[in-house]
Design a protein around this ligand. Structure first.
Ligand code: NZQ
Ligand code: ZN
Length: 393
């Protein structure tokens, strides 16, 4: 087990109706004026935003509201949020939505607390050491990205189409209000994308150089089994509270750091996927299921025993050599992704088959024109990235 420092300071408030506690909790934490952010309008249509605003008024807590965050959130919108937040002197940011709204809230919080710096050129490109931010909370409406407890945020720069993450302890939110009922109105495809993302956050930590990390392995394997187990029910019956609760809890657990504690996180598939989402604006979870089977088939020989062990844990695959079981396990997970309606190749994505030129462009973006390798389990060069994108074609 590697040495580690771990602090996950987010207070999780979980259960039916917890969104109504947000105003009081934020006020108790010192908020005097809150910037409430939301996405494309789902929270307006289902009445959640009104409910939250009413509870702010009832608690005498000032707020301003800004809607319009898009999936794969854009830097330009963050700049608008920062401008508004600074002008209105807000001291807390509340996201009402999924990962895109939460990531926008994190970025807005950094920008408002550091108005002399540009959010992309300085803060995202790490030209300055981020030392302060505003506190952030979320009322979660989709179990997926895990941003409600994670130390990450991901933005896309409008002109260059670069989709890049920023990891810092300052991205850890203060509160996560998690009511599984709020996910009932989410489109099935988004729920499936979320389930895929939750699995990937643990899988991307599971395949690593470090061995002898038994507790972390048990947590990771338990989470993967639980998500696979409850996912069909969560998709079949949108208002199954038990299934939606399990998926929501796993979403936060999968990306708060615990499923990979004591080892380096790889996140190669995320990097390969971010280039697809940045260029073609496809849903994050779909970009991951498009690339995972190719990544796995390209990389499994690096540690076939580990892949074979997971095949046994998840699918009870016991017969054959390590390599045979590893490949059977990869095929099983690929079939599972298909069974929940997720694409596993470019041809199944809305963008279709890619030309050699388009693939080289993605590989260049991923590896900074071939100057960097991606990941640690099996570091990916530009040539490797081209091979994997071609396998996914
Ligand atoms: O925008 P609205 O109208 O709210 O609709 C959203 C959006 O269209 C809809 N939706 C969400 N909850 C709903 C709902 N519609 C009806 N009822 C509800 N209850 O779903 C669509 C997708 O929302 P989005 O927030 O984009 O999804 P998700 O939570 O999957 O977030 C994806 C973003 O998070 C980033 C991804 O890259 C992507 O940009 N990630 C953030 C991470 C982090 N901060 O730690 C880690 C992840 O790996 C990921 O990269
Ligand atoms: Zn993800």
């Amino acid at each position: 087990m590697n040495s580690f420092e771990y602090c996950s300071p987010t207070e999780m408030i979980f259960g039916k109706g917890v969104q109504l506690q947000a105003a009081a909790k934020l006020k108790e934490a010192g908020a005097t004026k809150v910037l409430i952010l939301y996405g494309g309008g789902s929270v307006k249509r289902n009445g959640l935003l009104d409910q939250v605003c009413d509870s702010f008024t009832a608690n005498n807590l000032s707020y301003i509201v800004l809607g319009g965050v898009k999936p794969n959130p854009l830097v330009s919108f963050v700049r608008t949020a920062i401008e508004k937040g600074c002008a209105e002197k807000v001291d807390f940011v509340l996201a009402v939505g999924g990962g895109s709204v939460i990531d926008t809230a994190k970025a807005a919080a950094h920008g408002i607390a550091n108005p002399e710096y540009d959010i992309w050129d300085d803060i995202w490109q790490k030209k300055m050491a981020l030392k302060k931010t505003l506190p952030v909370a979320s009322i979660l409406t989709l179990a997926a990205a895990g941003s409600e407890t994670s130390d990450s945020a991901v933005l896309t720069e409008d002109k260059t189409e670069l989709k890049r993450g920023l990891n810092t302890v300052l991205n850890r939110p203060k509160f996560a209000f998690m009511n599984p009922e709020l996910t009932y109105s989410a489109p099935k495809y988004q729920v499936a994308c979320g389930i895929a993302d939750i699995l990937m956050h643990t899988l991307e930590r599971y395949f690593a150089e470090e061995k002898d990390n038994y507790m972390t392995d048990f947590i990771a394997e338990g989470l993967l089994k639980n998500v696979i187990n409850f996912s069909k029910k969560a998709l079949a019956e949108e208002n199954d509270y038990t299934a939606r609760s399990e998926i929501m809890y796993c979403g936060s657990l999968s990306h708060c750091g615990l499923t990979g504690l004591g080892r380096q996180r790889d996140f190669s598939v995320h990097k390969l996927g971010h280039e697809i989402s940045g260029k073609y604006d496809v849903a994050h979870g779909a970009s991951l299921t498009t690339m995972w089977p190719s990544w796995a088939r390209y990389s499994y020989k690096t540690d076939a025993g580990r892949f074979a062990h997971l095949a046994d844990v998840l699918w009870n695959i016991k017969d054959g050599t390590n390599e045979e079981r590893a490949l059977q396990g990869i095929t099983k997970l690929e079939e599972y992704f298909k069974s929940i309606g997720m694409p596993t190749s470019f041809s199944e994505l809305s963008i279709g088959i890619q030309s050699d030129k388009a693939i080289e462009y993605l590989a260049d973006m991923c590896t900074d024109n071939g100057s960097k390798k991606v990941g640690f389990f099996q570091p990916i060069s530009k040539a490797d990235a081209i091979a994997m994108y071609k396998m996914a074609n």
